[in-house]
Design a protein around this ligand. Structure first.
Ligand SMILES: [Zn+2]
Length: 242
């Protein structure tokens, strides 16, 4: 697809001039339909077996990493390596659950929902709660008021934050630890949690879904508590939650 030159970028003689002339409020020079038309047909074909094979592959890698850590648990350097590798794999699990939520995992809603619940509950994410808030995010990318997961601050507000808050919110690695907090409380400017069926994120007909996912999440927490009575809380923390 030939994309016409951006109307919001007038002819500029230097990059600086280009930035100055860029009008972010102008509509882009293409429509969503143009982007869809540019994507090759085979990319739209969903194959549930292929999707499930990715789940199986990730479970095999996760199991291998657990086996590795069990075998070498007395070697100190093994643990940071395990946390980085397993954290990456949990991220892979999160992404597969994300695809279930988008419906790109398969055309079967029940299969998407079942696999999504298993994957997201295993890493303590409420499947439907996050799926719905994530949909709102995609519908309002970068919108100062309506975006869900990324709510930009104005420079004025940023300058009023104290140094500790600035470091915790904006400096790697601290924001990486804020995700569970986001699921519980969301952004300070938004109301109610991903677990609350009456949160303003959800429409009345979506409330039962929120309850189902919160129950699956609670079942996983109960599982982890039970496991901690067998392997001990420190080991559980080291293997799963870190
Ligand atoms: Zn997405």
């Amino acid at each position: 697809m030939a994309v016409p030159p951006a109307k919001n970028l007038q002819q500029a003689s230097s990059p600086n001039e280009e930035i100055e002339q860029f009008d972010p409020s102008a509509p882009p020079p293409f429509k969503v339909a143009d982007i869809r038309a540019a994507i090759p047909d085979h990319c739209w074909v969903k194959n549930p077996w292929r999707s499930l094979s990715y789940v199986l592959r990730d479970i095999l890698v996760i199991s291998s990493l657990v086996t590795f850590a069990v075998f070498f648990k007395n070697i100190t350097w093994v643990w940071p390596v395990y946390w980085v590798a397993q954290g990456t794999m949990f991220w892979a699990i999160f992404v597969l659950g994300h695809d279930c939520g988008h419906g790109s995992f398969s055309d079967n809603i029940n299969l998407n929902s079942m696999v999504g619940h298993i994957l997201h509950s295993s890493i303590l994410v409420p499947y439907h709660g996050w799926r719905i808030s994530h949909r709102t995010h995609h519908q309002n990318h970068g919108h100062v008021e309506n975006d869900e997961s990324w709510v930009p601050l104005t420079e004025k507000t940023y300058k009023t934050l104290n140094t500790v808050i600035k470091i915790l919110r904006f400096k790697i690695p601290f924001p990486l630890f804020l995700y569970p907090l986001y699921l519980w409380t969301r952004h300070p400017r938004k109301s109610r949690s991903h677990f609350h069926p009456y949160s303003d994120m959800f429409s009345p007909n979506e409330r039962p879904y929120i309850v189902i996912s919160a129950l699956c999440w609670a079942l996983m927490v109960a599982n982890l508590i039970y496991l901690s009575t067998i392997v001990g809380p420190t080991m559980l923390l080291a293997f799963h939650t870190m």
